[in-house]
Design a protein around this ligand. Sequence first.
Ligand code: ADP
Ligand code: MG
Length: 699
Amino acid sequence: MNLLAEVTEVKGIGEKTAESLNKAGIFTVRDLLYTLPRDYENFQNLVKIGRLTPGKVVIRGKISDLDTRFARRRHLSITSGKISDDTGAVRVVWFNQPYRAKQFDETRDYYFTGEYNLKNGRYQITSPSAILAEDTGEGHKSSSIYPIYRQKSGIKPPQFNKFFKNLRPIFAEIPDLLPGTFKNDPLKSTRPAFVYEGARKDALFSSHFPDTEVEVKNARKYLAYEELFELLLAAKLSKQENSKLRAETLKFDQKSTKKIVDSLPFKLTNAQRRATWDILQDLEKKTPMSRLLQGDVGSGKTVVAAISAFQAKENGYQTALLAPTAILATQHYEGLKSLLEPLGVKIALLTGATKHKEQLKKDLRSGKIDLLIGTHAIITDDTNFYSLALCIIDEQHRFGVDQRQKLLLKTARNIKKSADNIAPHLLSMTATPIPRSLQLTIFGDLDISVIDELPKGRQKIETEILRNIDQESQLYPKITEEIKAGHQVYWICKNIEDSPKLETTSVKKQAEKLKHIFPKYHIEFLHGRMKPAEKDEIMERFSKGKIDILVSTTVVEVGVNVPNASVMVIMDAENYGLAQLHQLRGRVGRGQAKSYCFLLTNSEDLPTRRLREMEKSTDGFYLAEADLKIRGPGEIYGSLQHGALDLRIATLSDTKLISAASKQATAVAGAFSKNPEIMLNYKELMSGISHYQQLTTLN
Ligand code: ADP
Ligand code: MG
């Protein structure tokens, strides 16, 4: 079977299932093969109920006497039952998982894996996972290790086990991928020993049908290596490619830079100066800049971008500034207009809502506009520049790879006054702090400037952890006080609507509740499923102070600047990563007023370490490092970049594996630059890395 065949080619996958898989990013057989289990259940550890001892246990039995009751004014649900086998019975309890009461068929056997412990004077199994015994393929299976998949857009974990069972015969045909593994491979000497001929099919097979835990471990090692190798090779090849392109040289002129710096209403921080200097020097070069400007929320990246755009203008070239949302583009436009127009820079805004688009595009084409700020409306095919030499992408992680690609391609093609292989300089900005320890490993080949200092006079945001269940009401007086003082409140909820399957609070329900509690205040809600125009309109009104409390999902996470907001409440805070919590908190504390962040947790237990770190520090870089320690780097990076660079398996702290991958990538990139044809042997690899290539170079 062709690995690139659509998933519908797999037995058991019809149109409807395929549609759900596609939604989860699984289009081809290869995508499916790389959908790895999130965990394994080892039924070798199975014990009879009569012989249970405290600790993590696996038992098999039938469940009965299921019952759900509520405690603490219905904020806590407790579902209990009895699991029995031929040696005895044990009590089982789930907290806040009311759906468990209806999940089971009492006539069938399940495997349960969980903690067996003494609670309130009696032994019980608490919140175990459950798998229908038949689903494990009993009877015709050779192994007692059962892979558990993640549920994906409605496809239940056991369905994945079925898909792989149907795919089992094709594993033997999976071709090799990495250099050094093919017969008579000219790059054989570059590979480490554990990457042998057939290593890929072995690794994929062992991931989905393992016999032992050691096999799983080796498979992971190979697959993590494969992933890191692709990433690093992509970075190295991009760097090689980039060095062949030409850019317009934009000369630094001390007098004009001084003019704009002097016109600022504040003094640049030292970190802003350093970053600006890095960029202005890059702009003078003949090769296009490819620089990531990283700075914590509120560190003042926009003004650095403005100074760069000014250098382009002084050299007679245009700049495009791309923002991920219309509200952010509009904010930039208004802020930069007051700074740059007095200096003679013609500035324009292009979003979906812009009127007189035709005239604007004409002016752009004839060079009457120096700086165009906009959303992806900039990328549409009929927007053409006259002399574009600098592209700035704000909150770059918010853009899909192809959108970034399109901006650069179009600009390269649609510039009137330009030669062929000329590419614009690229400045990407992000408030996502990438821990220093990761920067080198992933972005070793990319130029980075960091603003690691906040402007003077910012007050620390006071952060406090509270328990949803019974402490939410303690917040109300503070909320009233802040609103009365003329400030505004963000109130973040996990989901949009209530559903019996979800334990977390919803935007709609919370908004209703708050309207009831604060009848005099203006309360609105906002979430990602609303129409763009509707979203922008609500944000606009919040910006203008017409909404007191904005109940929202994390759609407000990115970039928005409403300095008058002083309170951030995050419900079910234990569900978010540190980076995301930090981004959300960064929406307040942007003005003069003292600001507050309240983290509400829904958990029975003590606050998690993540939340305690939030309470302790407001430094994005410190928190990123802490996150790295708590969760392991593969994962944070994934959630940081919102899927842009989500490594499936590799953890970026695995320095040994990274250095092995880096060594081979360097050798392969070197061979490639001497003789590009050598890569014809590795078609699948080359098509795979183009994905990473766009991520690691940002262009
Ligand atoms: P971010 O890095 O999050 O994009 P912004 O560029 O939006 O931050 O800047 C946040 C706020 O700080 C803006 O209101 C900006 O005018 C202000 N600001 C930027 N630099 C300085 C500085 N050196 N001193 C004082 N305020 C500054
Ligand atoms: Mg910004």
